[in-house]
Each structure stands twice: as structure tokens, then as C-alpha cells.
Design a binder for this molecule. Structure first.
Ligand SMILES: [Zn+2]
Length: 242
């Protein structure tokens, strides 16, 4: 029997079709020209010279209260995604979409997909990497996903904001079901974990993203992780470049 994620059409997954890219249906909504930092909640104590700010200077520098006013006014088109967590092979999705186009009453790609997605609205497939998926096939799936969702930040940044917004919406107990007509809390928490996996892939392969920004996030995270031990992470040399 297949283990783990399975395709809703052929019922197979990465065990029996290890090189077929799978994706999870998501519904991504654009937030036009948002002020990136205005959607941020303000953590108590941040920026007031508390203990944390001296321990993790690189990390603290990423927080809105520490940014200069010009940095704080950056606006970008961001995306917020939700999911009912139905997974499908991209090839099975394409075949089904082709069949939908050839119906006497043709359906658009994601009209048909909505029926396959437990009748929950969807407009893209967030790619899920598998053990034997070729990097070319995965890169195509990534391009396709970000082409569907739009937005004007780098892929990694867009994804990170998407995750942040989803976590924020979950934390504030927003009813995510209303937006797409379904999808449980666990579906959306699961989505977060696969977004994280994709984010790591984007960092490691540096897919169409801004290196400087990656380096900055990476250093900040590394400093945070390193500080878990006794040694304090040294200050990075990348802070002044951007
Ligand atoms: Zn399939």
C-alpha cells in the first residue's frame, strides 16, 4: 500500500511514483500593495532594549520596530493561502483539466479542480518535493505555482509572508473555512509545514530569489539556533548590504 501523501486521482504517492511531482491545492488571495510592516502585530517588549534584543541582534534587526522608516514603508503585493489539503500529481491534475476542457460545457482549470478539491475553492498547486523528483521537474512546478499566485516579491519572501499571514490568521482564530468553503484547522497547519519545506528548498537551491535577502534570513536563523548553545553567534558582515 502507498504510504504518506496520495494522489486523489490515482491513489498513488511518492512510494509508487517517486518521480512524479505532487502538489496540494491551495487558494491564494492577493493582498495588493500592502504595507508589509503594517500587517505585523507588535510583540510586547520588542525594540525597548529588552533581554532578547541583546541576545539576538541579527534576528531583532528583522523586526519592524527596528527598521528605518524607509524600510518600514516598503509595499509589496503579498499573498495569503489556505488549503483543504487535498494532494494530487501535477500530471493527474493536467489530465483531468484536459478532460474538463473537452466537456460539452467546458470547465476552466481550477473550476474543475475545485470539484476534485472537496468543492473547496483553489487556484494553484503548491508543489511538494519527493525523494526522486528531478530538480528540473520541481523547478517547473515551482514556476507554475508562483505564476498562478502572482505577487511581486521574491518567491522566498512571498512564501515567508504567506506562512506568516497564515500563522497569524490561525493564531487569531480566523475562520479560514469561510474563504474557500472548507478546510480544517489541521489542513491549514499541515499546509504551513509544506510551505516551510518549499521555503527551505528555495533557500538551498536559490531559485529565482534575492541572494542577499536569503543570506540575511539564514544568518539570523543561524544566530538564533547557535545561541541555543553557549557560544554567542558573531555579528554578520551582511547587515549593511541591500
Ligand atoms: Zn495521480
Amino acid at each position: 500500500d502507498e504510504e504518506g501523501l496520495t494522489c486523489m486521482v490515482c491513489q498513488e504517492g511518492y512510494k509508487y511514483k517517486p518521480n512524479e511531482v505532487m502538489g496540494v491545492y491551495v487558494f491564494a488571495t492577493k493582498l495588493k500593495a500592502s504595507n508589509v510592516y503594517a500587517i505585523e502585530g507588535t510583540a510586547p517588549g520588542v525594540g525597548d532594549g529588552g533581554e532578547a534584543s541583546s541576545e539576538f541582534p541579527d534576528l531583532m534587526d528583522l523586526l519592524p520596530s527596528r527598521l528605518s522608516s524607509s524600510q518600514r514603508n516598503v509595499s509589496a503585493t503579498l499573498v495569503t493561502s489556505v488549503s483543504a489539503f487535498n494532494t494530487i500529481h501535477l500530471s493527474c491534475h493536467d489530465q483531468a483539466a484536459k478532460a474538463d476542457r473537452n466537456l460539452s460545457k467546458p470547465k476552466s482549470e481550477f473550476e474543475g479542480a475545485t470539484l476534485r478539491n472537496s468543492r473547496c475553492k483553489c487556484n494553484s498547486l503548491l508543489p511538494i518535493n519527493g525523494p526522486e523528483v528531478s530538480s528540473d521537474a520541481f523547478a517547473l512546478a515551482i514556476e507554475r505555482h508562483f505564476g498562478n499566485v502572482g505577487g511581486d516579491a521574491s518567491k522566498f519572501r512571498l512564501l515567508l509572508h504567506d506562512m506568516r499571514l497564515l500563522a497569524l490568521r490561525i493564531a487569531h482564530q480566523e475562520n479560514l473555512r469561510d474563504e474557500v468553503g472548507g478546510g480544517s484547522l489541521s489542513s491549514n497547519v499541515k499546509l504551513l509545514t509544506y510551505q516551510l519545506q518549499l521555503g527551505l528548498y528555495l533557500i538551498e537551491t536559490d531559485h529565482g530569489a534575492h541572494v542577499d535577502e536569503h543570506v540575511r534570513y539564514k544568518l539570523a536563523l543561524k544566530a538564533f539556533v547557535d545561541a541555543g548553545g553557549s557560544s554567542h553567534a558573531g555579528s554578520s558582515s551582511s547587515s549593511s548590504s541591500s
